[in-house]
Design a protein around this ligand. Structure first.
Ligand code: NAD
Ligand code: UDP
Length: 329
């Protein structure tokens, strides 16, 4: 620790998850610097923090090196929704790989602890269900989703090797579909799409048959897991993951409650009873995973963590957020 106050850097901190994490770290008493190129994030996610003397915002692209003395570096920078990461796929792969490399290089020089946000997309279209951390995945290397999936997989490899080769204290989580207030209303992800469509009386666009599944995690549960993981001493972390046969600390963080997209559409419509929207079916995007559910036994054992907000509780709060946007509140 530098002085008495923990200094934290969040790359991608103007985005959905990063803006929640920034608030949580400030609430712990930390100094927080957010570094973001505002590709999918927005300063409006952080407006209320701008006057806090412990908060700094920098516009920067993580594909270029960055510098600063921090105790903890949280690497979140990367577009996360399929329409955004497929908009400029070469840039997405660069962001994943060069971004984490720049974070790891900084940590190596300054002895900071690193937290890297990986993804359930590392499992691709899984043929093991639910997915444990030991599953290596089923991923297309040359498809439309590959820029994100393979970028994130290569980033994991870099984290593993900076730890083994140089001793950098890095921890990774594979995040499963996470939702909540401050999601971008037009980022194309299913929760925001269905909520905005229902609130604006537009058709609810279910892709494929709607029988594909996802497991939806409320953002507060995720941020709590990040906090617990980063607070674990290094020696205990090394011992636990070595005993489990992993070279590096990696955990699935998600809510095992599994829903079909049709169920999600119906839940959304029930929560917005005045909506005149109807469900319509569109073509399923290529390589769309058929099912996804985390095995969270490792996180339960190591962190004593499990999610506490079911979809039935988190979805109404999220719809309320989107309602405030639609009504211009
Ligand atoms: P988001 O799009 O809201 O946030 C990403 C942030 O990164 C944005 O503020 C964006 O402007 C910034 N960014 C993108 N490219 C950048 C670059 N080159 N340089 C600097 N900043 C850049 O997405 P999110 O949902 O908050 O996701 C945050 C992280 O969590 C991402 O790494 C994502 O892959 C990972 N993740 C999210 C989910 C989820 O369900 N939300 C699931 C798995 C993994
Ligand atoms: N989806 C859908 N309608 C939409 C947006 C997405 O049916 O308007 C489906 C999509 O095909 C996928 C699931 O919802 O099966 C989750 O999509 P999202 O983009 O939110 O996340 P990811 O596919 O990355 O898990």
């Amino acid at each position: 620790m530098i002085g008495n106050t923990k200094k934290c850097l969040i790359t991608g901190g103007a985005g959905f998850i990063g803006s929640h994490l920034a608030r949580r770290l400030l609430a712990q008493g930390a100094e927080v610097t957010v570094l973001d190129n505002l590709f999918t994030g927005s300063k409006s996610n952080l407006y209320d923090l701008m006057d806090d003397p412990r908060f700094t915002f920098l516009v920067h692209d993580v594909t270029q090196p960055f510098w600063g003395q921090f105790d903890e570096i949280y690497n979140l920078a990367c577009p996360a929704s399929p329409i955004h990461y497929q908009h400029n796929p070469v840039e997405t792969t660069k962001t994943s790989i060069l971004g984490v490399m720049n974070a790891l290089e900084l940590a190596l020089k300054t002895k900071a602890r690193v937290f890297h946000t990986s993804t359930s997309e590392c499992y691709g279209d899984p043929d093991v269900h639910p997915q444990p951390e030991s599953y290596w995945g089923n991923v297309n290397t040359i498809g439309l989703r590959s820029c994100y999936d393979e970028g994130k997989r290569a980033a994991e490899t870099l984290c593993a090797d900076y730890r083994r080769q140089y001793g950098v204290d890095v921890r990774m989580i594979r995040i499963f579909n996470t939702y909540g207030p401050r999601m971008h209303p037009h980022d194309g992800r299913v929760v925001s799409n269905f909520a905005m469509q229902a609130l604006q009386n537009r058709d609810i666009t279910v892709f494929g048959t709607g029988r594909q599944t996802r497991s939806f995690q409320y953002v507060d549960d995720l941020v709590r897991a990040i906090e617990l993981f980063m607070a674990k001493p290094r020696a205990e972390t090394d011992r636990f993951f070595a005993a489990k046969g992993f070279g590096v600390p990696v955990l699935n963080i998600g809510n095992p409650g599994e829903f079909t997209m049709l169920e999600l559409a119906e839940m959304t419509l029930k929560l917005i009873p005045e909506s005149k929207s109807r469900i319509v079916f569109h073509e399923l995007p290529k390589d769309d995973p058929k099912r996804r559910r985390p095995d969270i036994s490792l996180a339960k054992e190591f962190l004593g963590w499990e999610p506490s907000v079911p979809l039935s509780e988190g979805l109404p709060k999220t719809i309320e957020y989107f309602r405030s946007i639609v009504e211009g509140r």
